[in-house]
Design a protein around this ligand. Structure first.
Ligand SMILES: Nc1ncnc2c1ncn2[C@@H]1O[C@H](COP(=O)(O)OP(=O)(O)OP(=O)(O)O)[C@@H](O)[C@H]1O
Length: 223
């Protein structure tokens, strides 16, 4: 029996002051353990959809449930809590803080989660770094690492809170093809270990490796 993690019904989204919707009547269910790739041409609405899945933007219309909770009926504080605890983000530009060591970058999401005790940080950071093969780089700074290593660290940061969903927006957009292959292999293996992943990519070869492939065209999503 598949357990729904995300349930989106009749969702539309329009940016403030824009004259038309970027997303129209989206229907989407993501189950626990899914690996979903979203493809679409530039400007089709992929990043916008990811920003809604990641609780950065609320839908303009329709329903978005995560873990059974209707996010449109929650307070801003509850939404922020859900975002911090249940979502891990991976970006094209890695978005690591250059003045912090690898271990401190990875620890950042823990500091937004008051349920986690400070004395547990070290073990959690080590576990996340080990999951991406970067356990020996904890004391380095981001600019001492290659692009692929920086993306691994960013994936460790996304994993550290043990979120329900990993969202990755063009995670290999700044990487060469050999390094991209390693990052996709890592995402694949994290999914095989049970992580739920939703990914945007331009690379159809990798998109086809995901369990599910969805396309966005002019704001409409199809399987
Ligand atoms: N903050 C914003 N305010 C107004 N319009 C926006 C904003 N961000 C994006 N858009 C518009 O929304 C549409 C969808 O953008 P989005 O970034 O979701 O597309 P995308 O499919 O991720 O594109 P790309 O592949 O180029 O990253 C585009 O027409 C874009 O111009």
């Amino acid at each position: 029996m598949e357990t729904p993690l995300i349930q989106i019904h009749n969702l539309s989204f329009r940016y403030p002051k824009a004259s038309q919707d970027v997303l129209n009547n989206i229907e989407l269910q993501i189950n626990q353990g899914d690996y979903l790739a979203i493809v679409g041409t530039s400007g089709s609405g992929k990043s916008t959809l990811l920003s809604i899945l990641g609780l950065i933007n609320p839908p303009s219309q329709g329903q978005y449930r995560i873990l059974g909770k209707d996010t449109t009926r929650l307070t801003a504080r509850s939404v922020a809590q859900l975002k911090n605890r249940e979502i891990g983000f991976v970006f094209q530009n890695f978005n690591l803080l250059s003045h912090l060591k690898v271990c401190d970058n990875v620890a950042l999401p823990l500091s937004y989660n008051p349920q986690i005790r400070r004395r547990d940080y070290r073990q959690k950071v080590q576990a996340a770094l080990s999951a991406v093969g970067m356990q020996d780089y904890a004391r380095r700074y981001p600019d001492e690492l290659s692009g692929g290593q920086q993306q691994r660290v960013a994936i460790a940061r996304a994993l550290v809170n043990e979120p329900s969903l990993i969202l990755a927006d063009e995670p290999t957009g700044n990487l060469d093809s050999a390094t991209s292959e390693q990052i996709f292999a890592l995402l694949q293996s994290l999914n095989q270990q049970g992580k739920t992943i939703c990914l945007i990519t331009h690379d159809m070869d990798y998109a086809r490796q995901a369990k599910r492939l969805c396309r966005i065209q002019d704001g409409a999503l199809s399987a």
